[in-house]
Design a binder for this molecule. Structure first.
Ligand SMILES: Cc1ncc(COP(=O)(O)O)c(C=O)c1O
Length: 402
């Protein structure tokens, strides 16, 4: 007789710290929807949920690639015409000393591969707090302890150099800098980039420069690439099609490794070993990279116009709403207002969803500084939709906290 006793299959304990708050509330949102309410999703940074569309010439390039039979495996690092276009774009941003370029399934996979290729047990990488949860999830998967450094809200969410210096130990191998930043919408000043580069130089750290939003700049100052500032330091710059080019579902990202050739050689080999083991990124979609980077850029004018107006509306609302205050976002499409309430921001976000059907993400889901309270807004929806969401949040704050 086969035994019928069912035993639980436990998940690996190192996953205990894997959280992705941005999607965690989706289950509750689904229940609210099933009760017949329309939930307004201000939680996920997907422009395609709103009035943004993938540029037609990119769709045509992918569809042509499929018709032309580009449906087999691609080279592990990516197709040549796309790699060349990524190189030209990086050089155009003043990035010297390019040692390697590779294409991945979104920046998400690039981060996974680059951290796995660097870290031994017991080593660590500095990550920003608040953070974008991909980094802590990948580090948890690798069994690596988190070593967060503060973004200072009183300093426009710039990286806190004193805190970074304090957190560097002999086992620290790298530092992640997200610029423009998710979740705060801040843009790092050139002076601060230079200071972080100097710390990395002194302590032999690899800089992971996540610049996936580098073309979504809401004020006039142009974006400065970390690798253009930290010319002699090992830097992996991440970019992709998900945000600047409105194609998150295609899962196309890339990494550009710069710095001294001899110094980064073993690391680049490690990265490429992992890239070969996972075969390749999506093949036909790689044919959109060159047309995206080198074709018409009209959509960027349009996106930045819309985002500027929506950012201004958001700032106006946060400035005029009791219990809410916000450092004005300067890039990407996120705001991270601070909350003055007597309960946790997770309770706030959950009750807001249940009562007003507006879905935000709580600051505690981004590893914010202990004791602080925030929520993240995705200000991608049109002004009318945002206006009603903000009215609903203001009503909720008044009703719940008088
Ligand atoms: C800072 C940051 N890095 C990486 C990603 C993931 O990008 P991809 O879609 O290329 O995997 C996101 C997505 O929101 C992000 O905000």
């Amino acid at each position: 007789m086969p035994t019928t006793q069912v035993r639980e299959i436990s998940a690996a304990t190192r996953l205990d710290n894997v959280r992705y708050a941005i999607r965690d509330l989706a289950v509750l949102a689904e229940q609210v929807t099933q009760q017949g309410h329309r939930v307004l999703p201000l939680n996920i940074g997907d422009p395609l949920n709103f009035d943004f569309q993938t540029p037609a010439h990119m769709i045509e390039a992918v569809s042509k690639a499929m018709r032309d039979g580009k449906n087999g495996y691609a080279p592990s690092a990516g197709i040549k015409e796309a790699l060349d276009a990524i190189r030209r774009q990086a050089e155009g941003k003043g990035i010297p000393n390019i040692q390697d370029i590779f294409i991945t399934s979104g920046v998400s996979e690039a981060v996974d591969v680059c951290l796995a290729a660097l870290l031994n047990p017991g080593e660590n990488v500095l990550t920003p707090a608040p953070d974008y949860p991909l980094y802590s999830a990948v580090l948890a998967k690798l069994g690596v302890r988190l070593n967060p450094y503060e973004l200072n809200e009183d300093d426009g969410w710039q990286p806190d150099l004193t805190d970074i210096t304090r957190k560097i130990s002999p086992r620290t191998r790298g530092i992640v800098l997200i610029n423009p930043n998710n979740p705060t919408g801040s843009v790092c000043s050139r002076a601060r980039l230079e200071s972080v580069a100097e710390l990395a130089r002194r302590h032999n750290l690899v800089i992971f420069a996540d610049e996936i939003y580098d073309k979504l700049i809401l004020d006039n100052d142009p974006h400065t690439a970390m690798a253009a500032v930290a010319r002699d330091v090992p830097v992996v710059t991440f970019g992709g099609l998900s945000k600047n080019y409105l194609a998150p579902g295609w899962r196309i990202g890339w990494g550009v490794v710069t710095g001294d050739g001899a110094a980064v050689k073993p690391y680049v080999e490690g990265i490429n070993r992992l890239l070969r083991a996972r075969l390749c990124a999506n093949h036909p979609e790689q044919y959109a990279i060159r047309p995206a980077l080198e074709g018409p850029q009209d959509h960027l004018v349009e996106i930045n116009r819309k985002l500027r107006s929506r950012r201004d509306l958001t700032v106006k609302w946060t400035n005029s709403t009791p219990r809410v205050s916000c450092v004005p976002p300067r890039g990407a499409f996120y705001a991270f207002p601070s909350l003055d309430i007597p309960e946790g921001d997770d309770v706030f976000v959950k009750e807001l969803l249940l009562q007003k059907h507006v879905l935000l993400v709580h600051g505690s889901g981004f590893g914010q500084r202990a004791g602080s309270k925030h929520f993240r807004i995705v200000f991608l929806p049109d002004e009318k939709t945002l206006g009603s969401a903000y009215q609903a949040i203001a009503d909720f704050l008044r009703e719940r906290y008088h």
